[in-house]
Design a protein around this ligand. Sequence first.
Ligand SMILES: Nc1ncnc2c1ncn2[C@@H]1O[C@H](COP(=O)(O)OP(=O)(O)O)[C@@H](O)[C@H]1O
Ligand SMILES: Cc1ncc(COP(=O)(O)O)c(N)n1
Length: 277
Amino acid sequence: MVNDTLQVLTIAGTDSSGGAGVSADLKTFMAQGVYGANVIVSVTAQNTLGVQSVQMIPSEVITQQIQSIAEDLSLSAVKTGMLGDVQTVNTVAKALKKYNFGNYILDPVMVAKGGAKLLSDKAILALKTQLLPLAVMVTPNIPEAEVLSGMTIQTHEDIMAAAYQLQLLGAKNVLLKGGHGKELTVYDFALLADGSHFWLKSQRVDTERTHGTGDTLSAAIAAQRVLGCDMKTAIIKAKAYVDATIRSGIQVGHGHGPLNHLAVITKENQPEVINDI
Ligand SMILES: Nc1ncnc2c1ncn2[C@@H]1O[C@H](COP(=O)(O)OP(=O)(O)O)[C@@H](O)[C@H]1O
Ligand SMILES: Cc1ncc(COP(=O)(O)O)c(N)n1
């Protein structure tokens, strides 16, 4: 059942193959039992092999979509995904300041799994200065954390240092995702607003079917916050969910295939929570 009093918004781009972007977010919200609304900032022609084209939506249309929702729905969380260009980042920042939906989760989407650029270079500075300070949580993968922090990340110490840097830039909580890489063990690093930290340790799934993992994780965190979880619990539950969606994979397309958003979480999906590695 969907709890209609728990309403979450995603502001992101569409993915015609249904695996990432707004599609991943809405499926995740539904699977978590919260109601999802969507504001479209870009339309991508995309499949599991790559991104064929991107059409940005005009700022007035984005502003109007957000206003329409703000005037009617009762949102208690919002996440942003692909924002594309500097104009869109500024438009979204202005609207978030105006309406203050609470619980803002910033997924700083920059590059699709197939390698296509989803955020212009000019937009990176705007994202850092306009959106990071508004975010209750930012969820970069390692390449995104390198760009935002200006640091090279090679070791676990580097991951921690970059997370602290992102907190200095204004994000209250940071989840630095370790999905990129080849190691058999995956480590995500969480730095919380109170200065405490922990690592989530899990076993890598040997698969190319990871289209939309980052979107799914950040959407699940937003949903868990609305469901009343504290930040640490929201992160752990969201991680278990995304692990289940990867492990019970479905066979769609010929490249980086989508996740199974109806996956059931089992004991196998629970990450190990450790303080230091
Ligand atoms: N092959 C994999 N096996 C297990 N977990 C993965 C795998 N790929 C990604 N994840 C997890 O999925 C989540 C999203 O991570 P990541 O893929 O790095 O983000 P993004 O989609 O933004 O690049 C993280 O919790 C990460 O640890
Ligand atoms: C519209 C849109 N938003 C986000 C992503 C990133 O998803 P991923 O990094 O998993 O390919 C994407 N490919 N398309």
